[in-house]
Design a protein around this ligand. Structure first.
Ligand code: AMP
Ligand code: MG
Length: 394
């Protein structure tokens, strides 16, 4: 199998982008909509504010009215409509958020006034009108949020303020995680000689949740060809996308690409010119897709971030653009071989990018201290210190 075609990063991205998806829509209660993706455009059912209101605690009056004092005809609390009309020589005491009474067009804040025996005098200049006009933030019928938007706190706040108790959201893709490797032990159990803890099923589940997908732990399968085919076939029934970790390299016990084929998958690529993660496999079977990721934990992490996350976000209706942060490289980057593009974990802070000490794709400690990835393209072996680089934020 030495002749597997080696795809560039862009070619691999294109192959995955060609996989057709549909965004499934469901309804979520507003209280459960945080971090989900909006499935339809939202047109505002109301104007915001809904009525002219005071922006200050003070007195509502007519701005042209320059009377030396004003008779206070009522007190208007937020939530209670005014009952009187303001005419020259009159004012109403008004609280922040209360409806502006008819006739009034301005509020003088309390700090600029003195009130005695039911009469208010303006004792200091207040340059502001202190009125929030109906519709000044949002007009009724206006497009306020586009489908595909992720509902963070500010978006949840807006939807609540528009009175929406339910929101159309994208159903999260169900993503099965299947680990291969006879050496793997679940955290919490004792390690026998030569065994290691399974970190990939945990990192993948966390990355899936962060992306907005629903992880489905399918457990582990030993390095055995028939068992792997069987695990793929039965796992596939329960998910939209399947991610396998390990078993994709050239070792005697790497059965995943052949098992994917045997389970009916068409393999679209089996190698990307990227480091870490070269032996990544992508296949599809009808409307389902599967990835075989190299088991080295940093490879699994990086390949998910760069290649799988965009697919999942597409299934959530979200137009994903990786977040690129320009930063000045603190120390030179050097490598001896440059045939492949490489993603290097870096720590960006205050515009400076530090390379975290990283010795290879097994080193999770380095990854755990990084907050970004620096892509060094194929053919480039050095980047001098002081260069401005674009860091892909994690
Ligand atoms: P493989 O891709 O199966 O050849 O595995 C490459 C390396 O990653 C080996 O050192 C494995 O022990 C390690 N590895 C495989 N799967 C996992 C996993 N789920 N968690 C942590 N390390 C793993
Ligand atoms: Mg293995």
């Amino acid at each position: 199998m030495a002749s597997k075609p080696l795809l560039s990063i862009e070619e691999a991205e294109k192959a995955i982008a060609a996989f057709p998806v549909t965004v499934r829509t469901e309804t979520a209660a507003l209280s459960a909509a945080h971090d989900r993706f909006l499935a339809r455009d939202i047109l505002s059912p109301i104007a915001m504010p809904e009525f002219d209101k005071s922006a200050m605690d003070g007195y509502a009056f007519i701005s042209r009215d320059t009377s030396p004092e004003y008779q206070v005809i009522e007190t208007i609390a937020a939530g209670t409509p005014p009952s009187r009309t303001i005419a020259p020589g009159l004012c109403a005491k008004i609280m922040t958020g209360a409806m502006l009474p008819p006739g009034a067009d301005r509020v003088v804040k309390r700090e600029c006034t003195a009130e005695e025996n039911g009469l208010m005098r303006i004792v200091a200049a207040d340059a502001n009108f202190n009125v929030r006009r109906r519709g000044e933030d949002v007009q009724a019928g206006q497009l306020v949020m586009a489908r595909g938007t992720r509902l963070r706190a500010a978006q949840v706040a807006l939807l609540a303020s528009l009175g929406l108790a339910e929101v159309p959201v994208a159903a999260p893709p169900r993503v099965g995680i299947l680990t291969t490797g006879s050496e793997l032990v679940a955290p919490g159990l004792p390690l026998g000689p030569g065994r290691i803890y399974d970190s990939n099923s945990h990192s993948l589940a966390a990355q899936l949740r962060e992306t907005g997908a629903e992880p489905l732990a399918l457990g582990g399968v030993a390095d055995n060809a028939a068992a792997t085919v069987q695990a793929i076939a039965s796992g596939l029934e329960r998910c939209d996308i399947l991610i396998l970790s390990g078993g994709v390299s050239a070792g005697d016990f790497d059965f995943v690409p052949a098992a994917m084929k045997k389970a009916g998958f068409i393999l679209h690529f089996e190698k990307i010119a990227v480091q870490p993660g070269m032996p990544t496999v992508f296949g599809s079977l009808g409307d389902k897709a599967a990835f075989g990721l190299p088991g080295n934990p940093v490879s699994t992490f990086v390949i998910f971030e760069v290649f799988i996350k965009p697919l999942l976000l597409r299934m959530l209706g979200h137009d994903h653009r990786p977040w690129l942060q320009p930063a000045v490289l603190a120390a030179p980057f050097q490598r001896s071989r440059a045939e492949r593009s490489v993603f290097v974990p870096v720590m960006v802070s205050a515009g400076r990018a530090e390379l975290v000490s990283y010795h290879g794709s097994a080193h999770l400690h380095a990854l755990s201290r990084a907050n970004g990835l620096l892509l060094v393209p194929a053919g480039q072996s050095t980047i001098p210190a002081g260069s401005t680089v674009d860091v892909r934020l994690l």
